[in-house]
Design a protein around this ligand. Structure first.
Ligand code: HEC
Length: 125
């Protein structure tokens, strides 16, 4: 009995010591270092990301079939999803939201730029 317990403890120690978090493995596309956060403008820094990463499903035309009827094609539609919290929740893969894009999470820099834009009032600039 005592021996089994010892084996149990030792095996926990061995297996847990083999576990480590490698930042590069966890965040392979992290490019914070050269992330431009100086002048965040909707039309040149947020909309292009949404057009290239989201509107292959969420454009006005495709949304009914591919984007759950959620259009992200223009400012008004995007602002609606910002105001109800779903855009922020989904691009961060927060629980309670559908992860967006469903595959290939946005890179850290794009998420940071969207965060700054939202914190600055999500203006149509
Ligand atoms: C491959 C298609 C596809 C892509 C690409 C995609 N979406 Fe979606 N999205 C969907 C579908 C389908 C739904 C509705 C079903 C669901 O919620 O899973 C949805 C739902 C959403 C919702 C509502 C989620 C919720 O939990 O209420 C938001 C917000 C959203 N998408 C934003 C985005 C954003 C922002 C991007 C780009 C960064 C994106 N989506 C990329 C297909 C896509």
């Amino acid at each position: 009995m005592k021996r089994n317990f010892l084996i149990f403890v030792v095996s926990i120690l061995i297996t847990s010591s083999c576990y480590y978090d490698n930042e590069k493995d966890l965040y392979p596309v992290s490019n914070f270092n050269n992330c431009d956060t100086s002048n965040i403008v909707f039309s040149t820094m947020v909309l292009p990301t949404i057009n290239s990463k989201c509107n292959n499903c969420h454009s006005e035309v495709l949304a009914p079939e591919l984007g759950g009827h959620i259009s992200l094609e223009n400012y008004e539609n995007i602002k609606y999803s910002v105001d109800n919290g779903s855009l922020w929740g989904s691009i961060n893969y927060f629980s309670g939201f559908s992860p967006m894009p469903p595959e290939n999470r946005l890179d850290d820099c794009s998420i940071l730029q969207i965060e700054i834009w939202i914190k600055n009032g999500a203006k149509n600039d």
